[in-house]
Design a protein around this ligand. Sequence first.
Ligand code: F6R
Length: 573
Amino acid sequence: MCGIIGYTGADDIVRALAGGLEKLEYRGYDSAGIAFAEHGRLRVIKSVGRIALLEEKLADVRTDARCGIGHTRWATHGRPTEINCHPHLSFGKKFAVVHNGIIENCRKLQTLCENRGITPVSDTDSELIAHLLELNYEGDALSAVRRTAAMLEGSFAVAALCSDAPDEIYAFRRSSPLIIGVGKGMCCLASDGCAARAERTYLLGDGQYARLSSRGAEFFSHGKPAAPKRIQTADAGSCERGGYAHFMLKEIHEQPEAAARTIEAVGNRRLRGEVLYLGCGSSYNAALAAIPLTERGTGAEAHAVTAGEFLFSERVNGRGKTAVLLSQSGETADTVAAAEEAKRRGYATVSITNVPRSSLTRACRRNILTHAGPEISVATTKGFTSQAAALAALLTGAEEEDAVRRLPFAIERALGCDGDAKAVSELFASCRTAFFVGRREDCGAAYEGALKLREITYVPAMGLSAGELKHGTISLVEEGTPVVLIHTDPALKDKTLLTAATVRARGGTVIAVTADDEVAAACDFTLRIPFVPPLLSPAVSVVPLQLLAYHAAVRMGRDVDKPRNLAKSVTVE
Ligand code: F6R
């Protein structure tokens, strides 16, 4: 999702901004740009595509400017073109603006601008913020910021430059996060902690605004000085690849520790009563995989609904029930909105998220943290397993506590199938379509395996219940079609063997993910996992699927950590 940076201090501004943008790359973007004030005028340099293309443009830029802002854009309003790319200039070129979020009343604001004779040049909602700043400007940029912020509806984190104050950056936000770093003779800002490195870091409060200069940062709220919240950002090491070829591979290997930390942190907390899970993408899959465990653990029916759909579902009274909201980032707009909606319907709300003090933790009454550490790869891996581990810990009784504690070791052992996954990945790098199937808890894992494969290889892959295969989808299975069959529950073995035989009879190639020798013998290839109690298995059975997708993507020359069109956290509904 869009990322913002800003820097003011003694460093060469072009290099400082380019370095900051590189740190934001993992969030996903399709264009990037920077702005700085030079000799009383704002200069903007932008490029569509990778940061490397922008850096080519910046290579010959020499300037004595020491203050500027930058942006990576993930297109929502308008295509990824240079005109739509940030920073945006105001009509009189007095302000330059970078923005992350969505301005919900942009149509109204556009009409307001047009009535004042201003014709926006881009398709973006963000450009309007620059025009409003200049319209509200009467010689004091801070007052213009306050008035402009009051006119905006929706979510936004904004950094702005004013040509009359070339060494200052103005920042304001609502809902979207914005981190401000302060060090000796410098200030910086960024959408996340990996890009904001300084001696002290602060989260700009919701509705607050700030003025940054090399002398320090001043924070305000409603025209008065305000105190921001001091935070710790991720340490430098966790934002680097640590010798792995890709962040995704590093994060796959971090899963045993992530699960162990998470299980430890859950301690003796337990989920009780009727549960409705809400989440998006992999977080939804983690919930789906936990339904059978939840029903056994709580003795009540459990359901999982994608957060986006929940918003438009029948407004059934949730009193007496718990809505559990899952999100690695804690910033997914649909999930945060679903938390608010669940509260309105009377549900007790519990978040399971990896980011403390995120929008989701603020929206929920109770919060359970996963301790996966920062996840940089766009495709989540340790985010999913730490959620699965948290759910395992939250839903098992005393009799299975040992098995839960052993989950990190089982995940570690599952990593041992890396070599086999790499070999088998060849089938996926050359196929037209692929399927991932399983029953019960294996069905959620199958959904996740298919999502991993399609998001980083772009191979059309489908996850479904093994029982559903015969109700239509099997018509797509032809000679050599890879079908990944996940099998963890001995009680379901006969069904699994039947599925394997049915697919092979149509020429499909079956890849088993299992600890069971008989199932392995009935399939073409096997990715071995250790045996764990079936209801706890999703955190383990997903590991070979992640490795399979990873190796297929590498074979195909895909941009593994930054797949096309995707953003790390989807902060628009
Ligand atoms: C898939 C993936 C996405 C996210 C989804 C929700 O690899 O990363 O499907 O799972 O966007 O994100 P969070 O968990 O941050 O709410």
